[in-house]
Design a protein. Structure first.
Length: 184
């Protein structure tokens, strides 16, 4: 396989060609996700997008998020990774792993205390995230959807970025972790 090149593009600077690649990748990777859920729940705004390419072909993408939240009375800068997607022909070749590690480096530069992502526990992809160091939260999280409804879900994984102390507080607490507006 050709060398995997990772580039970071601020969301506001995406080209029409990159947007088309994102659309094709998401169609391939997330065709099983309920359309209503995508429109109502996955509304968080990302600040940047990562692309993995081999030669001229974009073979993967990942979104980067960050937001300030309050948990247990403490301000936390929460980082997020979402929409991780790799073409079927490029899977199991280290593409997602490389994007995830680079994404965590960026979130560290952004001074995020910890990072999270969401997985479908019916799929085996969560093992990829475990290999990078993410741990599954053993309780539900909550978030607000586009209609202002508070929803609950499982399958959220966390990793410390700049603060192991805050990570430990979040993971050991019995309090529901509220994500804020929009899931990623």
């Amino acid at each position: 396989m050709e060398e995997i090149k990772i580039i970071l593009v601020p969301e506001a600077e995406l080209t029409p060609s990159q947007k088309e690649s994102i659309f094709k990748l998401q169609k391939e990777c997330f065709s099983d996700v309920d359309r209503q859920s995508i429109e109502e729940d996955f509304i968080a705004e990302s600040f940047a997008r990562m692309f993995a390419s081999t030669g001229q072909e974009i073979v993967g993408t990942l979104r980067l998020f960050k937001r300030e939240i309050i948990f247990s009375g403490k301000k936390i800068l929460l980082g997020g990774l979402g929409g991780t997607c790799v073409t079927k022909s490029s899977r199991r070749k280290g593409v997602a792993n490389k994007m995830l590690k680079k994404g965590l480096e960026i979130l560290k530069q952004e001074e995020c205390d910890l990072a999270c992502l969401n997985v479908d526990l019916k799929k085996q992809a969560y093992k990829l995230y475990e290999n990078v160091g993410f741990k599954l939260m053993k309780r539900k999280i909550s978030f607000e959807n586009s209609k202002g409804k508070i929803k609950f879900d499982t399958g959220t994984m966390f990793i410390p970025v700049c603060s192991k102390q805050i990570y430990d507080c979040v993971m050991k607490s019995k309090e529901t972790f509220h994500y804020g507006r929009g899931y990623w």
